[in-house]
Structure formats: structure tokens, C-alpha cells
Design a protein around this ligand. Structure first.
Ligand SMILES: CC(C)(COP(=O)(O)OP(=O)(O)OC[C@H]1O[C@@H](n2cnc3c(N)ncnc32)[C@H](O)[C@@H]1OP(=O)(O)O)[C@@H](O)C(=O)NCCC(=O)NCCS
Length: 135
């Protein structure tokens, strides 16, 4: 594990996050993940939005929401050049801790089939629920 800093998202880091999402083919909906959307997230008291920095730049991101009952982590991405160094695991641990400190009884995440082995390693299991969408 390299030396990293995990902290709350700052708007100044949005360009680096967009770049990471693009590199990981996760930027299909700028209206959901782009700068304007992120301003609304910042103003939203229920969101937890963490970034991981190393070498003076943002290299990973995780974002989720707690409505007082359930948590859903719905954005999770690490820069391709920084994968497999423990950054993703550290981000998940940190966001889970943050939600638990807010009183969340459980934490869920949107998970792709491809990434299920990763999520299993960080303590999540597959449930019968899956994500539906109107897009
Ligand atoms: C999923 C994702 C966020 C994981 O980020 P990451 O920083 O690579 O995560 P970690 O390094 O903690 O763990 C990844 C793997 O590297 C392994 N690993 C961690 N540290 C390692 C090290 N020092 N040396 C070798 N392997 C290591 C982990 O065991 C894990 O193995 P697995 O993929 O077989 O489960 C990243 O792959 C990503 O951004 N993918 C594209 C977007 C995506 O799929 N997002 C999630 C959708 S559900």
C-alpha cells in the first residue's frame, strides 16, 4: 500500500475525478457525475464523497448516500495507473466507517458482476437485489 490521504471531496478536484471516470468508462452521464451534478452533491447533507490523493493528485473516488435508513455506495473508481495497490480497499473501508459513525446499520453498493470478487474481499456479499434504472 502506497502512502495516501483520504479526505472529503473538494470541488477543485472535479477535473481529476472526471478524468478517472472517463479512463474507467464510467462517465456515460455527465449530467449525473459532472461538475454541475457534483455541486449539488456537495450541498446534499446525506452524501459522503471521499477522494484519495497521492503524489499530490486525486487518484480515487468513492461516493454514497445515507437517507437515515439505508446506505448505497454508487460511485467507486481508481485511476488505472494506481490500481491494485490497496487504494480501492482503503476507500471502501473509510466510507463504511463514515456511514457507521453516522448510525447506518448496513451498507450496500452498486456492484458489477466483474467486480464481485473485489467486493467479496472487502466484506460484501451478493444479494438478490440489483439496480434498475430509467435511463
Ligand atoms: C474496483 C476498483 C475501484 C478497485 O480499486 P483498486 O485500488 O485496484 O483496489 P485494491 O487495490 O484495493 O484491490 C484490487 C485488487 O488488487 C489486489 N491488491 C491490493 N493491493 C495489492 C498489492 N499491493 N499487490 C497486488 N495486488 C494487490 C486486491 O487483492 C484486489 O484483488 P481482486 O481484484 O482480485 O479482488 C478499480 O479496479 C476500478 O476503478 N475499476 C474500474 C471501475 C469499477 O469497476 N468500479 C467499481 C464498480 S462496482
Amino acid at each position: 500500500m502506497i502512502e495516501v490521504l483520504i479526505s472529503d471531496f473538494q470541488f477543485a478536484g472535479i477535473a481529476e475525478i472526471v478524468e478517472i471516470l472517463k479512463l474507467n468508462s464510467q462517465y456515460g452521464f455527465p449530467e449525473v457525475d459532472g461538475p454541475e451534478a457534483v455541486k449539488r452533491v456537495e450541498a446534499c447533507g446525506t452524501a459522503v464523497f471521499l477522494v484519495c490523493e497521492t503524489d499530490g493528485k486525486v487518484v480515487g473516488v468513492v461516493r454514497g448516500n445515507y437517507d437515515g435508513s439505508r446506505v448505497i455506495i454508487h460511485q467507486f473508481s481508481v485511476h488505472p495507473a494506481y490500481k491494485k495497490r490497496g487504494i480501492g480497499t482503503a476507500l471502501v473501508k473509510e466510507i463504511v466507517k463514515s456511514f457507521e459513525q453516522r448510525g447506518a446499520p448496513t451498507v450496500s453498493a452498486t456492484v458489477t458482476e466483474e467486480r464481485l470478487p473485489f467486493w467479496r474481499k472487502v466484506g460484501f456479499r451478493k444479494t438478490k437485489a440489483f439496480v434498475g434504472g430509467n435511463w
